[in-house]
Design a protein around this ligand. Sequence first.
Ligand SMILES: C[S@@+](CC[C@H](N)C(=O)[O-])C[C@H]1O[C@@H](n2cnc3c(N)ncnc32)[C@H](O)[C@@H]1O
Length: 259
Amino acid sequence: MHNKDRSNLVRQAVYAIQHPGRVPRHVRRLARDTWLRLRSPDHTSYYRAVMRSDTARSPYSAVGSKSRERWIKMGRTQFDYLLKHGLRPEHRVLEIGCGNLRAGRLLIDYLDTGHYFGIDISPDILIAAQNTIVDYGLREKLPNLTPVRDLKFAFLPDRHFDVVHAHSVFSHSPLHVIEECFTHVGRVLAPDGWFDFTFDRTEGKEHQVLREDFYYHTETLVDLAGRHGLVATFMEDWERLPPKQSKIRVTLPGRNGHA
Ligand SMILES: C[S@@+](CC[C@H](N)C(=O)[O-])C[C@H]1O[C@@H](n2cnc3c(N)ncnc32)[C@H](O)[C@@H]1O
C-alpha cells in the first residue's frame, strides 16, 4: 500500500470516529463509487457516472443542495457576487460545470440574449438544466448548454468570454483536470475578462475523498495558474459569505478594467 493511500485511510478512520452518524452514508457511497470507478477509464468518465446516479435521485442534491430552497439561495449568492464585481448584461459568460443552472438561471435572465454558455461533463444534469430553462421561462434568452469531455474549449472562439465562472467544480477535480483548464482558459478569456472558481481549501495536508471531493492549498492553485501565464488572486471578500468553499480569480497578465 502506498504511503498516500495509508494516510488517506488514517484520515478516514479519524473522521469516522469523530462523525459516527455519517458512517452508513459514507459506506454506501464507497460501495457505489468503487463500482463506478472500476467501470470508468478516467476521472471524467467516473465523475460523469457519479452525476448520472446522483441526478437520477435528485438534480438539486446532485449539484450539492439539500433542498430547492437551498438551491435557490446558493444560486443567488453566486449571482450577487458576480454582479457586485461588475457583471453587465452585455458580458458574455462561460459557466464551466453549469449543472442544472443553480446560478445559470439568474445569469441567463440577466444577460443579453445568447450571452450565456454553459458546459458540463454530465448529459444527465444538462437535461435537468433544460427543465430549469422551461420552469423559469427562459427559452427566449437562447442559452447554450453543451456537453464536454474535457476542458480544452477547442470549439469556443478566442478572447470571447468576459466572465468565466466555475462554482463547486474544482472541488470535484483532480489537479490534472484543473491544469487542463488553466492551459486553455486564457485563450477564450477576453483581454479584460476574469475567471472565478471555487475550491475546497485545506490548510492541512492536501487530500481527496472517494475521488469525489478534492482539497487543495491556495498556493497550489495560485502557483499552477502562474505556471500557465495567468494571474491568480485569492478572493477575501468571498470568505465572508456562507459557502464553505474558497474562491480564486484568474486573469490575464496586464489586464485592466473590472474589479
Ligand atoms: C457540484 S456541481 C455544481 C454545479 C453548478 N456549478 C452549481 O453551482 O450549481 C458540479 C458540476 O460540475 C460538473 N463537472 C465536474 N467536473 C467537470 C469538468 N471537468 N468539466 C465540466 N464540468 C464538470 C458536474 O457534472 C456538475 O454538474
